[in-house]
Design a protein around this ligand. Structure first.
Ligand SMILES: [Zn+2]
Ligand SMILES: [Zn+2]
Length: 487
């Protein structure tokens, strides 16, 4: 039994597993839909801005605490008055450049009041690697501006940032990780380390290299960080967590969770139009669950047909053809009777694929208008399209096809339907979806809803389908819907 599956075969997904699955789904999806790139990059920036907002007060408070600690230590060491301060020592006075790096190895000029040298030592000790970025900071302001202290814990490049607000997430995360005063307050400093690592990776991600999987990884690690009790005690962090959860739902298209719950709570039979849209959303989620199955099965179908056709026509093992168009291969359908197919392809390759598709179709009637025969050897989806009806010519893959389209592929393609243990679940699901599509009223009864959820669940639990990440995600949605219906 696979992990996460109980005796009944129902997939029981824990929260962490859930986010992993979501990430996996989106990674898979991304490989088919590069246009998501731009959107992903934008969402990543939003995520970082939100996280920055959430950690800022924690960072500021801890740096201020360290600043006060350093001042107190310096004054006690030197027997200075509590109100004493110094604003005349420069960073150059206190540190020197050695081998291109600014360090404390000198002899430095001593602060007349000895306060700045002592503070410098406290800051150095508070740095996890004992390597503050002296070049970032203006020592004259160490007593007055906490940001000048914070910058010691950031990597070089933050010199011109004058407020905590100006500093980006990466800068803040460096303070959290490098400054012991802050770091030691965390329940698990590794989370902050990972967040820092992610943020430096994210700096180099553009629309081209960013995937939705990256986004989910980032959201996951940033949420964990914000949920550390030491950070979450700040109201801004609580705000950020809520906003990030919204961004995640938006990115993953899971807003309907909320909608579904809302309208189910309103559920008195008959339910009103929001319930109808939730019903449609349920079908949408179910079809999302079929995407990988149909995409993968189409690839398999393509491999099988090509191998078989080469054997049948006694062609070379790499023989192919992209010259014959659909119009060349398929004569117009006569008013009466069947289409009379005639050989056209010089090698017989395309003719054999055509025959194979006719044979594969449950009623021997492929829908040729959907397909471009020139792409039969390069794009498996062009083969899958003949098992749908009118209207799917421009679809480039399962993710842009609705439930009805995908379920028709599964039902009409013999090779795919034999992958199901119980082919009836497919026709039942099609029936449920069809009933809803053709319903003349905007009302859904709880029973109708329940029937749909049950039928889609049975379909998605089919062994061949359930192993795909998108099916696991859809099953999770069905599980939620089902629980809500029980309430
Ligand atoms: Zn001084
Ligand atoms: Zn050909």
């Amino acid at each position: 039994m696979a992990s996460g599956e109980d005796a009944s075969g129902w997939i029981n997904i824990k929260a962490q597993e859930w986010i992993n699955i979501k990430a996996q789904v989106m990674r898979e999806r991304y490989t088919w839909y590069p246009w998501i790139k731009e959107r992903n990059a934008r969402h990543l920036r939003e995520l970082e801005a939100e996280t920055r907002h959430g950690v800022q007060d924690f960072v500021e408070d801890n740096v201020t605490e360290l600043q006060a600690k350093a001042q107190k230590f310096a004054k006690t060491e030197n027997g200075l008055d509590e109100n004493f301060t110094c604003n005349s020592c420069t960073t150059d006075d206190l540190t020197k450049i050695k081998k291109g790096q600014r360090t404390t190895v000198q002899p430095p000029k001593q602060c007349n009041n000895k306060i700045c040298n002592e503070m410098k030592n406290v800051f150095r000790k508070d740095h996890v690697y004992k390597r503050p970025s002296w070049g970032n900071s203006d020592a004259k302001k160490w007593n007055t501006d906490a940001i000048e202290v914070a910058k010691l814990f950031m990597p070089p490049g933050y010199k011109d940032k004058d407020t905590f607000e100006d500093v980006d997430l990466h800068g803040h995360l460096n303070v959290i990780v490098n400054c012991k005063t802050a770091r030691d307050k965390l329940k698990d400093a590794n989370i902050a380390e990972n967040a820092k690592k992610f943020s430096s990776r994210a700096r180099h991600m553009s629309g081209d290299t960013m995937t939705i999987g990256d986004f989910v990884d980032g959201a996951d690690i940033y949420l964990k960080l914000l949920n550390d009790p030491a950070i979450l005690k700040y109201p801004k962090a609580v705000e950020s967590v809520k906003k990030i959860e919204k961004i995640i739902d938006d990115v993953l298209g899971l807003k309907i969770f909320g909608d579904l719950r809302k309208c189910l709570h309103l559920s008195r039979s008959p339910m009103h139009s929001t319930a109808v849209s939730a019903m449609i959303n349920t079908a949408f989620q179910a079809k999302e669950g079929l995407c990988h199955f149909t995409m993968n099965a189409s690839s398999e179908l393509q491999q099988n047909v090509i191998t078989e056709v080469r054997k049948k026509q006694k062609l070379e093992s790499d023989a192919t053809c992209d010259q014959c168009s659909t119009e060349d291969l398929i004569p117009p359908k006569p008013k009466r009777g069947k289409i009379e197919y005639k050989p056209f392809c010089p090698t017989g390759y395309c003719d054999s694929i055509r025959e194979f598709l006719v044979d594969q179709h449950a009623f021997n009637t492929p829908f040729w208008k959907n397909t471009d025969a020139r792409k039969w050897s390069t794009d498996p989806w062009e083969l899958a399209k003949v098992f749908m009806q009118h209207g799917y010519k421009d679809s480039e893959g399962a993710f842009v096809v609705d439930f009805n389209g995908l379920i028709n592929i599964i039902i009409n393609c013999k090779e795919m339907s034999t992958k199901l243990n119980d082919p009836d679940v497919a026709s039942k699901s099609r029936e449920v979806a069809r009933k809803r599509r053709h319903a003349g009223h905007l009302e859904v009864s709880k029973d109708e809803f329940k029937e749909a959820v049950d039928v889609y669940t049975a379909l998605l639990k089919e062994t061949g389908i359930a192993k795909n990440a998108s099916a696991k995600m859809a099953l999770k949605v069905m599980e939620e819907a089902s629980e809500m219906l029980e309430e």
